[in-house]
Design a protein around this ligand. Structure first.
Ligand SMILES: [Zn+2]
Length: 429
């Protein structure tokens, strides 16, 4: 989807900081069918499954090709709008809605109708790809447990939540483009920061429960170990929750979410049911590391600065193009929307590897924290191996793929990190 792509790549969304390898939304699973009853915890350390690794490489390749196709389709759609004159034709066809002008140059009905047509068209055109990559492929690899009806319901919920937000954002930006053509990028950047903080705070209490059931971790070994880790770290854990990830996936994951009074550690039931208490403790320690290092505020800050820089560049480009192409009636002409989308998308693609590099660094620090807090590198290695088997995570992707797409260090590197830690002098086992 054109604008969804733009939004994904350019804006610092309130994503959780999590444990598993890249693509936390569609993680991955083991051979066995999903069980509803908890399985007994495994005995002994996990061993890497070479058959699963072959599958993991094939799956990774297919997802990379799909990402490229998605990018190509989005670019093609924007190119058609920009260079065929379709953008101007659409604006002219809707021009009857341009009468109401509460601010000089801002025609909210025209802007809203234009954006709605584009968003709906992009959503519909992106459906086949979304269905293939979000439903067919994860089922083919045994990673999804979702019936088609539930997948469609999730999709409808996502559209119902994001569409009003996207329309409001477009109206806000076009009002600014009309009112403050030289500083709109600054106000937009500040608004993005404000909403990112707000959504990061509200996501675990408002958005996540629309898709998952969260329950406080019951009293027991795992909970008491987590609390004692938190006490050692002198950090207050506001909540440790389990989440029914098994309703959608067989992949295991854990994450920290929220800001301020909503920050919490969330562990997937797919992890709680299938990992040894030592392995779960290491995973919880990794998440705690994110809290101790204040990684969510850091990621929000870096994302906001990047967004501000990007918006400034978009501003320069927009002024230059509108001054040269007479068909644009001004900056706030809704026909500039594909131009904005293109510029934000290109910028997002350029900074994505930088943001991923920063994220990999943050994740490595959290791994280091987990190793120091638990002093149990063998449990760390076993948990990582189990994750690679279960989630079909590629141990050693090519350096180029890692640089471009990985927001976590590849599992192979994380295991090497733990082996080095284990080999360091002074570690009691
Ligand atoms: Zn992490």
């Amino acid at each position: 989807m054109v604008l969804a792509l733009v939004q994904r790549t350019a804006l610092p969304l309130p994503l959780p900081v999590c444990m598993a390898a890249e693509q936390p939304e569609q993680p991955e699973q083991p051979e066995q069918p999903p069980q509803s009853a908890p399985t007994p915890p495994p005995a002994g350390p996990a061993e890497l499954d070479p058959v699963r690794q072959t599958k993991a490489r094939r799956y990774a390749r297919q997802r990379q090709v799909l990402s490229l196709v998605n990018l190509g389709v989005s670019a093609a759609l924007i190119a058609v709008l920009l260079f065929s004159g379709l953008s101007f034709s659409l604006r002219d066809a809707l021009s009857a809605l341009g009468g109401w002008e509460p601010l000089v140059g801002w025609q909210p009905l025209l802007v809203g109708a234009y954006a709605l047509v584009l968003l709906v068209a992009a959503t519909i055109l992106g459906l086949p790809l979304a269905y293939y990559s979000g439903f067919v492929l994860p089922h083919h690899y045994g990673l999804s447990t979702q019936p088609l009806g539930d997948w469609v319901t999730d999709l409808l919920k996502e559209v119902a939540i994001s569409l009003p937000f996207e329309l409001a954002a477009v109206e806000f930006v076009y009002a600014l483009l009309a009112a403050t053509p030289n500083t709109w990028w600054l106000w937009t950047g500040i608004a993005v920061l404000f909403f990112t903080v707000l959504l990061t705070n509200l996501a675990p209490v408002l958005l996540l429960p629309l898709f998952y059931k969260l329950q406080p971790l019951p009293e027991g070994d795992v909970r008491s170990r987590a609390l004692s880790l938190a006490a050692k770290a002198r950090t207050r854990v506001r909540g440790i929750y389990s989440m029914n990830m098994s309703s959608r996936t067989t992949a295991a994951n854990a994450m920290v979410m929220g800001l301020g009074n909503t920050r919490r550690i969330i562990v997937g039931d797919t992890l709680l049911d299938r990992y040894t208490p030592d392995e779960i403790e290491v995973v919880v320690a990794h998440e705690l590391g994110h809290q101790v290092h204040h990684d969510i505020p850091k990621l929000v800050a870096v994302g906001s600065l990047t967004t501000l820089g990007g918006l400034y560049l978009v501003n320069l480009m927009l002024h230059a193009v509108v001054a040269r192409v007479p068909q644009y009636t001004g900056l706030a002409d809704p026909a500039t929307l594909p131009l904005l989308a293109a510029a934000v998308g290109v910028f997002g693609c350029i900074v994505l590897p930088l943001q991923n590099g920063f994220s990999r660094w943050v994740e490595r620090q959290a791994d280091q924290y987990a190793l120091e807090a638990t002093r149990n590198p063998s449990a760390f290695i076993s948990a990582m191996t189990r994750l690679a088997n279960q989630n079909l995570a590629e141990l050693e992707p090519s350096p180029l793929v890692e640089f471009l797409l990985y927001n976590h260090p590849p599992v192979g590197k994380r295991i090497t990190h733990a082996r080095r830690f284990a080999a360091a002098p002074g570690l009691r086992s």
